[in-house]
Ligand binder design. Structure first.
Ligand code: GLU
Length: 432
C-alpha cells in the first residue's frame, strides 16, 4: 500500500502535489492500494478546511484514493505504543522543561556544535521518576548502532546513533510527535513504499528506529524526491506564488498540464507531452534525477498550450463558461496569443461584448453591423466576406479593420478566416 500523507496546515504546494502524483502512479503500477492520510496530530498548526481543500485538489487531478484516514483517530494506539516502549525501557520519561532545553540548544549554537539531548532524564532512577510530579514527555532512546537504508533515488544512506539522538515521541500533552505517529501509521497500514520530499530524509532513520524497537521486521522502501527550486535557483517556498497549486489554477493552468509538468520535472520520460494515465505505462521512479529540479514557468505555459490543443473542445468550452464545442475550438485558435485559460478568456469575452462604435472605425463598424444583421447565413468565410464588401462598398483595410473590431472586439488576432467557422452561428450575438 502506498500513501499520500499531507498535513492540513497550509496551501497545497506543488512539491506535495508531485509526491501525491508519484505515489498514485506507483500504486497503480504495482497494483497496490493508494491511501490518503491526513496528518492532523499537530492541533496548533492545523487549519480548518485545509483537509477538504487538499482532497478537492486530488480529485481535480484524478488522483482517486482507495481509502482516507485521519491520523488523529489513531491517538490511543500511538499512546499505547509509547507506553509499551516506556515499560520495555526502550523509552524514558523526560522532565526537562522547554526553557531548559532551549538554553541547551542556544549553548550548542554558541559553541557551534549540533544540538543533542543531554541524556539527563535517561539516567534518573525509577524512584526519582515516580517522585517527580512535573509534566513529562516520552523520549525514545537513541539506537545503539547506525541505521542504514537504501533510498530508491538517493542510494544507500547511513545515520549515526548520535544523529538520530534520543528524541521525543509523545509530547507533554500526550499527543504523538510527527515522527512517532508517522512511523506507527506506516506500520499499521502496511505501507510498502514511502515516496516523499527530501526534507524528510533525516526523519527516516528515526522512523525506522521506532519500528525496529517495536519489533516490526518488514522493510519499508523509501524514495525521497529532490526539492524544487524557483527560477532564481533557491528552494521554492510559500513566497513563490507558482509554488501554490491554487495560484496555478487561478492563473488558468489545467490540471492535465500541471501533472504533466510535475512528472517531467527532473525526470527522463519517453515523451514530453502526456497524460497521467499514459505516464502509468512507463513511469520509472529510479529515473528521477537526484539533483534538485528548477521550476520553469515558461515550460509549464508551453505544456498548458499543448494540453489545451489536445483537449476535447466541449470540455475546453466549459472552462470559458460555454457548453458548445465551437467555443472550445475558437479558444484553440487563440493559443498563439495566450497560454492559459485566464489569458485567453478576455479574448473570448471581447468577441461577445458590446462593441464601441465611437473610435476611428466606428462609422464603418456600424455600417458592417447593419449589413451582417440582414445577411443570409454563409457557411464559408470567403462568401461571407464578398457579400459584406459588396453590400458595404468598403475594401482593403477600411473593410478588414472594422470587420475585425466588429467580430472580435480587438485590433489584432488570428485570421478572421480561421475564426469564422466557430463564429458563424453566433453572429447575431456578436454583432451588437
Ligand atoms: N505530513 C508530512 C508532510 O506533509 C508528510 C510526511 C510523510 O510523507 O511521511 O510533510
Amino acid at each position: 500500500m502506498l500513501r499520500f500523507a499531507p498535513s492540513p496546515t497550509g496551501d497545497m504546494h506543488i512539491g506535495n502535489l508531485r509526491v501525491a502524483i508519484f505515489n498514485y502512479i506507483v500504486a497503480k503500477q504495482r497494483g497496490e492500494r493508494f491511501v490518503v492520510r491526513i496528518e492532523d496530530t499537530d492541533k496548533e498548526r492545523n487549519i480548518e478546511g485545509k483537509d477538504r481543500e487538499i482532497l478537492e485538489i486530488l480529485q481535480l487531478f484524478g488522483l482517486a484514493y482507495d481509502d482516507l484516514y485521519y491520523q488523529s483517530r489513531n491517538l490511543t494506539i500511538h499512546q499505547h505504543m509509547a507506553i509499551k516502549l516506556l515499560e520495555e525501557r526502550k523509552a524514558f520519561a523526560c522532565f526537562c522543561s522547554e526553557e531548559e532545553l532551549e538554553a541547551e540548544r542556544e549553548a550548542a549554537k554558541t559553541q557551534k556544535r549540533a544540538y543533542r539531548y543531554s541524556g539527563r532524564c535517561e539516567r534518573l532512577s525509577d524512584a526519582e521518576v515516580l517522585a517527580n510530579e512535573k509534566p513529562f514527555t516520552i523520549r525514545i532512546k537513541k539506537p545503539e548502532e547506525r541505521i542504514a537504508f537504501c533510498d530508491l533515488i538517493k542510494g544507500e544512506l547511513r545515520f549515526e546513533p548520535d544523529d538520530i539522538d534520543s528524541f521525543v515521541i509523545l509530547r507533554a500533552d500526550k499527543s504523538p510527535t510527527y515522527n512517532f505517529a508517522c512511523a506507527l501509521d506506516d506500520m499499521i497500514h502496511d505501507i510498502s513504499l514511502v515516496i516523499r520530499g527530501e526534507d524528510h530524509v533525516s526523519n527516516t532513520p528515526k522512523q525506522i528506529h521506532i519500528r525496529n524497537l517495536l519489533g516490526y521486521d518488514k522493510t519499508i522502501e523509501y524514495a525521497h524526491l529532490p526539492i524544487i527550486l524557483n527560477e532564481a535557483g533557491k528552494k521554492m517556498s510559500k513566497r513563490d506564488a507558482a509554488s501554490s497549486v491554487r495560484w496555478l489554477f487561478e492563473e488558468g493552468f489545467l490540471p492535465e498540464a500541471i501533472a504533466n509538468y510535475l512528472i517531467l520535472l527532473g525526470n527522463k520520460t519517453p515523451t514530453e507531452i502526456f497524460t497521467l494515465e499514459e505516464a502509468i505505462g512507463w513511469f520509472d521512479l529510479q529515473k528521477v534525477s537526484r539533483a534538485a529540479a528548477k521550476f520553469d514557468l515558461d515550460k509549464l505555459r508551453f505544456l498548458n498550450r499543448e494540453h489545451m490543443k489536445r483537449m476535447d473542445p466541449k470540455e475546453l468550452s466549459r472552462a470559458f463558461g460555454f457548453a458548445d464545442a465551437a467555443i472550445g475550438e475558437l479558444a484553440k485558435r487563440y493559443l498563439e496569443e495566450g497560454s492559459t485559460i485566464r489569458e485567453i478568456k478576455p479574448k473570448i469575452e471581447a468577441i461577445f461584448a458590446a462593441k464601441p462604435y465611437d473610435g476611428e472605425w466606428g462609422d464603418a463598424m456600424r455600417q458592417l453591423r447593419d449589413v451582417v444583421k440582414e445577411a443570409p447565413h454563409f457557411e464559408d468565410f470567403d462568401a461571407f466576406k464578398s457579400y459584406l464588401m459588396k453590400r458595404s462598398g468598403l475594401k482593403g483595410k477600411h473593410f478588414f479593420k472594422p470587420l475585425r473590431l466588429l467580430l472580435t472586439g480587438a485590433e489584432h488576432g488570428p485570421d478572421l478566416s480561421e475564426l469564422y467557422p466557430y463564429l458563424k452561428s453566433y453572429l447575431m450575438e456578436i454583432v451588437k
